[in-house]
Design a protein around this ligand. Structure first.
Ligand code: PXP
Length: 245
């Protein structure tokens, strides 16, 4: 049987577009409903400290109206953890946040923040929310994440995507991810991956056995301007399915 990779669609940039004028459109829930009927397995949103994408109201509405699981990306800060515990999305992904960055620039440094993370994850580990961390493909980060008792990781594919675009060293970056996915599998992690993926560079990532979920946002929302959200998602779904045959 073919492998099936779940596709999570990040709709942050629907909210970014809405926020550009501060009104009500494009409507984030409407986008989520289209994502849902277009073959996505989950919806991802990032509640940033500066709320530049979605806000708490969006989070509440999404949880009220969508049927697929919601994956909430947050910084590992007490304020956002409290919001997550109150709203109970199906999963949470800890991402690093730097106020000046345009997008998430790298993985969370679990090694460096180990003691802090160990403390703040306690209430999440007692809840039914599945917790993952967004990390760079690194064995040290994997070992530290395992020691925290976290079972799911999302590998940051941004570096691979950048080198793919510039045609420089993308094979080395790909090998790094391949090796880390194999290592993560030996440690029994569920492996997700995402960041910077598009119709072209997703193929090699989808071919990595043991990756079970991809989270893709910016490219899909950008492509949907020309092709419509449903078509963009269905095309991505098809490319991923082809790659796993
Ligand atoms: N995964 C994580 C953890 C992210 O932070 C992001 C960006 O918000 C994505 C996936 C999606 O990245 P992109 O928007 O580049 O597809």
């Amino acid at each position: 049987m073919d492998r099936y990779i779940k596709l999570g669609v990040n709709i942050d940039h629907v909210a970014t577009l809405r926020n550009a004028r501060g009104g009500f459109y494009p409507d984030v829930v409407k986008a989520a409903k289209i994502v849902e009927i277009s073959g996505a397995d989950s919806i991802t949103v990032h509640l940033r400290e500066d709320r530049r994408h979605i806000n708490e109201n969006d989070l509440e509405n999404l949880l009220k109206f969508i049927r697929v699981p919601l994956n909430l990306e947050i910084a590992a800060q007490e304020e956002t953890i409290e919001i997550a515990l109150k709203n109970k999305p199906q999963s949470i992904c800890f991402v690093p946040e730097n106020r000046m960055e345009i997008t998430t620039e790298g993985g969370l440094d679990v090694v460096k923040n180990f003691d802090y993370l160990k403390k703040v994850i306690v209430p999440l580990q007692k809840s039914n929310i599945n917790l993952s961390v967004f990390i760079d493909p690194s064995k040290e980060q994997l070992q530290a994440t395992r020691d925290l008792g976290i079972k799911t990781i999302e590998f940051h594919t941004g570096q691979y995507a950048n080198t793919f675009e510039n045609n420089t060293k993308s094979s080395a970056e790909l090998e790094k991810i391949q090796e880390c996915v194999a290592f993560a599998n030996s440690l029994n992690f569920n492996c997700h991956a995402g960041h910077g993926l598009n119709f072209d560079n997703v193929v090699s990532i989808a071919k990595i056995v043991n990756i079970v979920e991809l989270n893709i946002g910016h490219f899909l929302i950008a492509d949907s301007i020309f092709n419509g959200l449903k078509n963009s998602i269905q095309k991505m779904r098809q490319i991923i399915n082809e790659a796993t045959k």
